[in-house]
Write a protein of this length. Structure first.
Length: 223
């Protein structure tokens, strides 16, 4: 009987143990390993590291969020926990560049705090069931030396859909004391929340949602 109880406790605690182990994983691209994204994409990021063109997102200076209109006005929200990286062809900004961004949906903050629990709840983001939001780029199509269209797959609320971001990328030759960023990426896109199986309260909140990112990244250097 004791063995059965002990086994039950191990099974119950196993997901939490795996999550803790993943959080403590110091390997490059750790959040995206283990089948989270295709192995070939992870290998592409690792190859970029070997070639000295892998940039890691600086979470403290980066912002990912969304805006949506409602009957009470514009709702603006952002996420505080951001991970990821950019494998860039630094010299030519080639279309073979790869961008990975992962957001902890539970890190949501909002300008109308009384709506926070509703947006995190099962009728919208359902952060308990779907704690991560993932973007995996598929193409970076340059329009000029700064502006591009970033195509990729967005996974949110258990649904994966294609999305196109309008992107501006800036190189910082002279970094500020507050940041070690060498690249700043700003991006925006429009999606429909019903495409991600969020149909609730359509009479209160618009279907169209604007996604916004401002990402600061620095060249990855091994400790």
């Amino acid at each position: 009987m004791y063995a059965l109880i002990l086994l039950s406790l191990v099974i119950i605690s196993f997901p939490g143990f795996v999550l803790q182990a993943a959080n403590n994983d110091g390997r490059i691209c750790a959040p995206f390993r283990g089948g989270v994204v295709d192995t070939a994409i992870v290998e592409k990021m690792l190859q970029a590291d070997k070639e000295g063109r892998l940039f890691r997102i600086q979470p403290k200076n980066s912002r990912v969020g969304f805006c949506v209109n409602s009957v009470i006005g514009k709702i603006e929200a952002k996420f505080g926990d951001i991970q990821g990286g950019l494998a860039l062809h630094k010299e030519i900004w080639g279309s073979g560049s790869q961008i990975l961004v992962m957001v902890d949906a539970n890190s949501l903050t909002i300008n109308r705090n009384f709506l926070k629990d509703m947006l995190k709840g099962e009728h919208f983001l359902d952060t308990y069931t779907y704690p991560k939001i993932l973007f995996v780029s598929t193409q970076l199509k340059w329009l000029n030396h700064k502006k591009a269209i970033l195509k990729g797959m967005l996974t949110m609320h258990g649904v994966t859909r294609p999305v196109d971001f309008d992107v501006t990328m800036t190189i910082l030759p002279n970094r500020s004391p507050q940041s070690t960023a060498e690249v700043i990426v700003t991006a925006s896109a429009f999606i429909k929340r019903t495409d991600f199986n969020m149909h609730s309260l359509s009479f209160l909140v618009n279907d169209t949602v604007e996604l916004c990112m401002r990402i600061e990244a620095s060249l990855f250097k091994k400790q």
